[in-house]
Design a protein around this ligand. Structure first.
Ligand code: ZN
Length: 277
């Protein structure tokens, strides 16, 4: 099968998480030229400020120069809004995840955090095309605010979405739930099944989290999977590079190409994956 690609996506990049990733990224680098998408959190949990950390900033500059993509991933990442009041909010914000920073925000609050994030990228001279909400959760206020900031795309585990109109493009993800032993055991099986099920898709995304690096089984899974994809002829890409090459007519004409229309017909919502972050 020709022209299949994979996008390696590193979630939750911040000074405090970088030590988890460092050796893994070195190992990936040793496999050849494999571009990655780095999801940068400006101030992880209010205590790990990426844009005040000169070492991490320098590293991100170097990664960008070698072709990696830097995208904005929330601002603080954690959901520290007032306690949930409705059963649905309780489910989404306490049982499903604690990390849905952009789920409870009002339009004005989301706008303010997005603008600060955009400004931080601009001050570094970094192009910014992608925004990924922590835990992939966008509340209605944030969804509206995100339309106004000039981003090219956002994503959840099943799709990429062109902004500002949220046009979906099917792009399945492999994601681990590495927090508990039984979830880790399940994740290998679940992800292998997903990888095989999606073997005809032109793009598969690998969504990695810092916690995956702390457990031998998840770390090994990712290395094994990346080697296997390369052996099977998949080419590595970043999300924005893939979007620009496959959907260029979207920008030029405002209309989707026929190829895109086919993708849309095939797009189906995926069941929610188990979440780490
Ligand atoms: Zn995250």
């Amino acid at each position: 099968m020709a022209n299949r690609e994979f996008a390696l996506v590193l979630h939750d990049i911040a000074p405090i998480t970088w030590p988890d990733y460092r050796a893994f990224v070195e190992e990936i680098d040793s496999m050849g030229e494999i571009p990655m998408t780095w999801l940068v959190v400006p101030d992880f949990h209010h205590r790990s400020n990426t844009f005040e950390d000169t070492d991490l900033l320098q590293l991100l500059h170097q990664r960008r120069e070698r072709g990696d993509e830097l995208a904005l991933h929330g601002f603080y990442h954690c959901d520290d809004a007032p306690a949930p009041r409705t059963p649905r909010d309780y489910f989404m914000r306490r049982l499903y995840t604690y990390e849905g920073e952009f789920y409870p925000l009002s339009y004005a609050e989301a706008l303010e955090r997005l603008q600060r994030g955009v400004e931080l990228f601009r001050a570094q001279g970094w192009p910014l095309e992608g925004f990924v909400a922590p835990a992939w959760l966008l509340g209605e206020g944030a969804r509206q605010a995100l339309k106004t900031q000039g981003f090219t795309y956002t994503s959840d585990p099943g799709q990429l979405y062109f902004l500002p109109d949220y046009t979906p493009i099917k792009a399945p993800s492999l994601v681990w739930s590495a927090r508990s032993r039984w979830r880790r055991g399940m994740s290998w099986v679940v992800n292998e099944r997903a990888r095989r099920r999606h073997r005809h898709e032109p793009l598969i995304r690998l969504g990695l989290h810092p916690v995956d690096m702390r457990h031998a089984i998840s770390r090994r899974y990712w290395l094994t999977t990346i080697r296997r994809l390369l052996e099977e002829g998949y080419r590595p890409t970043t999300k924005i590079s893939w979007l620009q090459r496959h959907c260029s007519q979207h920008d030029q004409t405002g209309a989707l190409s026929s190829r895109m229309d086919t993708r849309l017909e095939n797009a189906r919502p995926e069941p929610n994956p188990p979440l780490n972050n």
